[in-house]
Each structure stands twice: as C-alpha cells, then as structure tokens.
Design a protein around this ligand. Structure first.
Ligand code: UN1
Length: 506
C-alpha cells in the first residue's frame, strides 16, 4: 500500500499548516506536531499548530465572514454545501484511506466516515429550504405573533480523534446552512484528516465567493482550546470528547453565558432478553463492542444478559472473539484495527487488571499484540453489576457481561451509570421492547431494539443525557441549536391592547 501517493493526491506535503481562514496561514506560530499511523507507530506527517495571535486572527475572519453569510439566502448557502458534498464524493476513497492511516479505522469505516459527511451535506441542503418558524395565535386583537430563526454567529467546533471528520460535518454543515460561520479545532491526534478535509471544503467556499465561512485552527489547549471557551465572539461551542473535557467546556462557556452542545462519554449497554434472536444479537453485539476497536462513544461496553442465556451467550461471544481478524486496518479482511496510541493500550490493560481485582474474569482476548503499533485483542469479561470498573468508560474494546433476572433489574443496571448516550435491547417480545423505550425504560438519548448501540444514522438527532452532556447534533431539529429564536409580535390595528388584560391608559 503506497501511502505517500494518497497524501500527495490529497495535496498534503510533509509539513502542513494547521490554520486556515480566507487562506492557509504560512507560519501559524504554535510549533510543530507530528501525526502518527497507529498501525505502525510511524510519523505520517507534520502539522504547524496555531499560536494565540493566529487564533485571534482566525476568529476575526470568522466574525467578518458572518456579516455577509448571515444575509445570504439560506438556499444559496445550501448550494455551497451541495457543492462541498459533490467535492467530497470525488475524494471519498482517498479521504477515507487517510482516516484509516491516521486513526486506524478499518477501510469500510474510514470510507464510512466520509460517507457520513456526504450524508450531512445532503441533509443540510434540504434543510436550507426548511428553516421554518411558527405563527402563534395572539390573545390581542389585530396582532400577529411569530417565531423566526436567525443565524447565531461563528460557532466553535471541537472534535475528537475517533470521528475526525464526520462529527465536524454534523456541526459545520448544519451551522453553515443556518447562516453561521465555523471555527474548527480538530483533535491533536488526527490533524491531517482535518487539513485534507478543509482543503476540499475551503476550496469550494472560496470558489463560491465565501472565504472565511469555514475556518480551521489546529492548536494546543492553551493557545486555541481555552481561548475558544472564553471567547465571547463564539456564541456556541460544540464539543465532542470525554466527560472531563465536557465539564470544563460547560463551566467556562456557561460562565460567559455562551451556549454549548456537548457530546461526551458513553457507557452503553445491550440487554439480551430471553426471546432474543441470538444469531442477530451476537452479530449486533460484536460490531457494537469491537467495531472501531471499541473507540466510539457509542461502543457497547456492557452486556446485560438474562440469566437463562448467560452461559450460552458468553460461550458464543468467546468463540466469535477468538476468530476476530485484528490487524492492519487497510487490509480488506481486517475487522479490528489498532488503538490510537500507547496510552490507550495502557489504559485498557489497567482496566482489565482492575476488573480482575474486583472479581471479574477475562474469558476472551485482552492481550496486546506483539507487533509494531498499538494493537490489542478485544476483551470479554464476566462481571457483576456493582464492580467499580464497569461504571467507567475505558476507550478500548472491553465488554463486561452481567447477568440479570427480570427486565426491571436489567433496566436498572442499564441506567445505573453516570452516562446516558446509547442503549439497546434484543428481544422478540413486543411488550418488553416497548417497556425499554418507555419513560420507565432506557434513560439514554438513543435507545434501539434489535440493533446494537453504535452506528446511528445522521437523520436522527444524536446525543445523550446525564454526563454525556445533553447535546443533540446532526439530524431532526438539532439545527435549532445553531440559530437564535426570535419571538415577534406585530400590531396591525389602531389600538394598543395589553396582554394579560393589563390597563395602562395615559
Ligand atoms: C462518536 O463516537 O463520537 O453512532 C460518534 C455511531 C456513529 C457516531 C459515533 N454514527 O456510532
């Protein structure tokens, strides 16, 4: 596999600038950062980070571009996004391969990442003609009340390594049709993907006459991250990452009365009920637990199995885990690529040690592979509900299996963690499925029946409750978070009646 060719075709040289507004900034001033291929441990490329002055310059441009973008008709903004989608379609294979090289995602997931961006473009183009408000019956004669939605301002988007491009598109494409400009701070672990994507996107925006709508600002927490949180020029910060990161974002942005959209950790569970179709369940569970090497926020981390099926399910999963093709993510047969870095391997080993100390039993996998890069065997662990380690999100492929007796107990276990992102039940019992989806069922932002916890489509609003942060991105009416709502009342009469019957005659 010739990696150099791919990078070249995407216009990436050995050292790239990580800052772009109207144009790429030659010397962004924040030092050089290497990007690694997690499957080999080798350097893929180098990126020049932005220093504080360049950060300020980028946001200035985003503010300046907002003035013109917000008055551009939304369907025209949609046309720009349509062209971005077309450009991404042309580069899908190369961009997908870059995701594979930089994050270790397998080929179909690397390409899926770009497909998700394309889907977001298509969705947002449609949305650009559907940004509607309500007309509300007024209590006063000859008055009309209505709601309208206006562009909000430049939006700061902070993304994580595991979805280095798609999650940006969830935010950026919707924000763009809503009339907002965007400042993107990509993950320090996946800057090349962000740069390659931004080359495609910024080229289209510039050719369409809208430079400065999409901006990139790769840099450290000190030079870019914290300034973004404190920056009153950015009325909305949308951030994806750990619960720890999210708490910081919520505190700092909240203090200045800014808005946040937070998409944080998950500790997602699959319930396997007595009537489950086990063939379906095993496939769904394995994809949810080991897909993306367990590094999705939607990864299934807990399996809550009815006691009558427990041993059988553990046995079938252990056999499936023993056959998992772990290896180079660019090879067609591979299903599990590497973890992102050494620290992730160590965190997994430490979690498995703690699981052992707390009474858990590793029944499959769990070892590090003896080869370059950061490879592990996905681990299956017999556990009990109360084990402290089961309550933690270790960003690695560890699946804890917990037995249950009745559905109430299963739901209590499912809901008994800090996070509330995704959840699933495998059952053929309609009443059980409905209970799981009811107000006394799963407390998560996403609840599935006979599907695993990961792999959501963009058409729905994505996000979760509790420590997951409460944000919603991508589809449905998530666009409303990127706009400001204005309630307007128009008096077309010649009297001035007051609401609530108040009299105030002068
Ligand atoms: C994430 O891991 O941050 O539902 C997002 C899924 C993907 C998104 C995951 N569409 O698994």
């Amino acid at each position: 596999m010739r990696f150099d060719d791919v990078l070249k075709r995407l216009g990436l040289g050995p050292v790239e600038s990580g800052a772009c507004h109207d144009d790429w900034v030659g010397e962004p001033g924040g030092g050089e950062v290497a990007s690694y291929n997690p499957a080999t441990g080798e350097v893929l490329g180098r990126v020049l980070a932005a220093g504080r002055p360049v950060y300020d310059e980028v946001v200035d441009r985003a503010v300046a571009a907002f003035a013109g973008w917000r008055t551009t008709p939304a369907p025209r903004r949609g046309e720009v996004v349509r062209k971005i989608g077309a450009a991404l379609r042309e580069r899908k294979a190369d961009l997908g391969l870059l995701v594979t090289l930089e994050t270790g995602k397998i080929r179909s997931e690397g390409e899926g990442e770009i497909q998700e961006m394309i889907d977001m473009c298509d969705f947002s183009v449609g949305l650009s003609r559907q940004l509607y408000g309500l007309t509300i019956a007024s209590e006063r004669p000859r008055h009309r009340m209505m709601e309208q939605w206006h562009p909000l301002g430049p939006v700061g988007v902070v993304t994580a390594f595991n979805f280095p491009a798609a999650v940006w598109a969830w935010n950026a494409m919707v924000a763009a049709v809503c009339g907002d400009t965007v400042v993107w701070k990509p993950s320090p672990l996946a800057p090349l993907t962000a740069i390659a994507v931004h080359k495609v996107v910024a080229e289209v925006a510039r050719a369409e006459g809208f430079p400065g709508v999409f901006n990139l600002c790769f840099g450290s927490i000190e030079d870019v991250g914290e300034p973004m949180l404190n920056d009153a020029r950015l009325p909305l910060i949308s951030a994806t990452g750990s619960c720890r990161l999210g708490r910081r974002v919520a505190e700092v942005v909240g203090r200045r009365m800014g808005r946040t959209i937070l998409e944080l950790g998950g500790n997602n569970a699959v319930v396997v009920a007595p009537t489950a179709d086990l063939d379906l369940a095993i496939r769904g569970i394995v994809f949810a637990a080991v897909g993306t090497a367990g590094q999705r926020c939607t990864t299934a981390r807990r399996l809550i199995v009815h006691e009558s099926l427990h041993d059988q399910v553990v046995d079938r999963l252990a056999r499936a885990y023993a056959r998992l093709p772990v290896g180079d993510p660019w090879d067609e047969g591979t299903l599990v690529g590497p973890l992102i870095h050494e620290g992730a391997v160590e965190a997994m080993q430490a979690a498995l040690r703690r699981a052992g100390e707390q009474g858990g039993e590793v029944v499959a996998g769990g070892k590090r592979l003896n080869r370059p890069g950061w490879f592990v065997e996905p681990a299956l662990v017999k556990a009990k509900a109360g084990m402290a380690v089961v309550g933690e999100e270790t960003f690695a492929p560890i699946l804890y299996v917990i037995p249950y007796r009745d559905l109430d107990e299963a739901i209590a276990i499912q809901n008994g963690v800090e996070q509330g992102l995704t959840s699933a039940i495998f059952t053929r019992d309609l009443l059980e499925a409905e209970r799981f989806l009811s107000p006394e069922g799963s407390d998560c932002g996403i609840a599935n029946v006979n599907i695993g916890t990961s792999g959501a489509e963009i058409g729905g609003a994505f996000g979760g409750e509790k420590a997951t942060g409460g944000g919603r991105e991508a589809g449905s009416d998530a666009w409303k978070s990127y706009m400001r709502r204005q309630t307007c009342t128009v008096n077309y009469g010649s009297e001035l009646p007051l609401a609530q019957g108040v009299k105030f005659d002068i």
